[in-house]
Design a protein around this ligand. Structure first.
Ligand code: HEM
Length: 411
């Protein structure tokens, strides 16, 4: 066994701006030195698909790495710090297992499918406004898309979409790890906290129930004893946060790929099943989330010892480009016969709770967008967000389209 710190590993500058715009410039030489492991400023990067799959499943040896974020901001003892350490994405062990078990029935593929008509309705209304424009930043459109849909599937009034959007944007500033942003982050969190508390209280008081809606399903879980009051509120906030930046960025990445493949884009307008394949291929090639773990119990894997305290970043977006797992990994081929599944939604006990909702939202969204945003082309420079800081993706994607005349609706 060799201690991980004694290995001669390549460095991957995953925090730098050059990396986020063109990871392959750095990944290809790194893969030649070590097929699945590299070093970065704060620990190690796992970029191989099989190693990512094996290691992410070791929930009994490592857990999510969030306490460092609160310490970094000097925010210990605040309500925000409590949320950061107790919510479903950051908690581990028995509490996490209980929450996942009680939520399983609210996040099935069946429920995601039940919500498709509602998704289509919300997306169509959003497109009434955006498809009539001739040019805009697609990232701006994409940022409204998941909030509107998530509020819709939760059963939260669309009057609150703007307020929620701004509060979530403020909250995710923490990914930038800039201490000067703490007041904005705290303010965003407070808005979300009181907003979700009000929404839950009003819904409970109304006595109305529609078990298709996610919020009602979660209230039912609480009533059945599966969640307490804080857990329910934290969960609604986490769902808004977890479903926002990921879906927003994935949608922008999908559009970025399809601008280069107009024939595929046109097919998306008429073939919804193909939209699903495009979504999966984009998740393989450019997924957005980068789960982190800290080892709490030493273990060995493939001749390497990972001691307690080791920080590991799972670059699942790079795992989808692993030449050992995929033929021609850099080719965008939605029809590819992949013999293995990507890791875009993670693996192990923290695997994405909203993955079926995300797939349905993106598939329905792409189908309607392709029908109504005609002939999209690049109208300026594509700029990228940092790879490492939480969620990777495109910062700006200026597009021009053939604007829709009148306000006809796609179906
Ligand atoms: C394309 C869209 C999405 C991607 C790529 C994505 C990716 C991920 C990944 C990789 C994780 C695991 C993180 C880790 O292991 O530390 C995760 C967790 C999570 N995601 Fe998603 N996600 C997406 C959409 C959504 C949506 C729409 C929702 C809400 C409806 C959601 C809710 C969650 C929650 C609650 C967790 C934490 C689960 C837990 O820790 O038990 N995600 N997501």
């Amino acid at each position: 066994m060799t201690l991980i710190s004694e290995l001669d590993l390549p460095d991957l500058p995953i925090e730098g701006p050059e990396f986020s715009a063109d990871p392959m410039r750095f990944l290809t030489p790194a893969q030649q030195k070590h097929p699945w492991l590299a070093r970065f400023r704060a620990g190690y990067v796992v970029h191989g698909l099989q190693a990512g799959r094996d290691l992410l499943a070791m929930d009994n040896r490592m857990g999510p790495h969030f306490h460092g974020v609160v310490e970094h901001f000097g925010a210990e003892g605040t309500e925000w710090a409590r949320f950061m350490s107790e919510q479903i994405a950051t908690t581990s062990g028995a509490k996490h297992d209980r929450m996942r078990a009680s939520l399983a029935s609210a996040f099935t593929p069946r429920r995601a499918n039940l919500l498709r008509p509602l998704m289509r309705d919300v997306i169509s209304r959003l497109l009434d406004e955006w498809a009539a424009r001739d040019s805009f930043d697609f990232v701006d459109f994409a940022s409204h898309f998941p909030i509107a849909v998530m509020c819709g599937v939760m059963g939260i009034s669309s009057d609150h979409v703007r307020e929620t959007h701004d509060a979530i944007e403020a909250q995710i500033l923490c990914l930038r790890m800039d201490r000067n942003l703490l007041p904005d982050i705290m303010a965003g969190y407070e808005v979300l906290r009181s907003f979700t508390a009000d929404v839950i209280r009003e819904r409970e008081k109304s006595g109305e129930r529609n078990s298709d809606l996610l919020l009602d399903a979660l209230i039912e879980t609480k009533t059945a004893g599966g969640l307490d009051e804080n857990e329910l509120r934290d969960l609604v906030i986490t769902l808004l946060l977890g479903g926002y930046d990921t879906s927003k960025n994935e949608l922008a990445l999908i559009m970025n790929s399809l601008i280069e493949h107009p024939d595929m884009y046109q097919r998306c307008a008429v073939d919804k099943a193909f939209c699903g394949k495009v979504v999966q291929e984009t998740l393989r090639l450019t997924s957005v989330a980068t789960p982190s773990r800290t080892v709490f119990e030493e273990f060995d894997y493939q001749g390497i010892t990972f001691p307690r305290g080791t920080h590991i970043c799972f670059a699942v977006a790079l795992s989808g480009r692993d030449p050992a797992a995929y033929d021609e990994p850099m080719a965008f081929r939605p029809e590819r016969k992949a013999n293995t599944r990507h890791l875009a939604f993670g693996r192990g006990t923290h695997i994405c709770l909203g993955q079926f909702l995300a797939l349905a939202i993106l598939e329905e969204g792409l189908h309607l967008i392709a029908q109504r945003m005609k002939n999209p082309r690049l109208a300026g420079e594509v700029t990228w967000r940092p790879f490492r800081a939480g969620i990777w993706g495109i910062r700006t994607l200026p597009v021009a389209i053939d604007p829709e005349q009148g306000s006809q609706r796609g179906g």
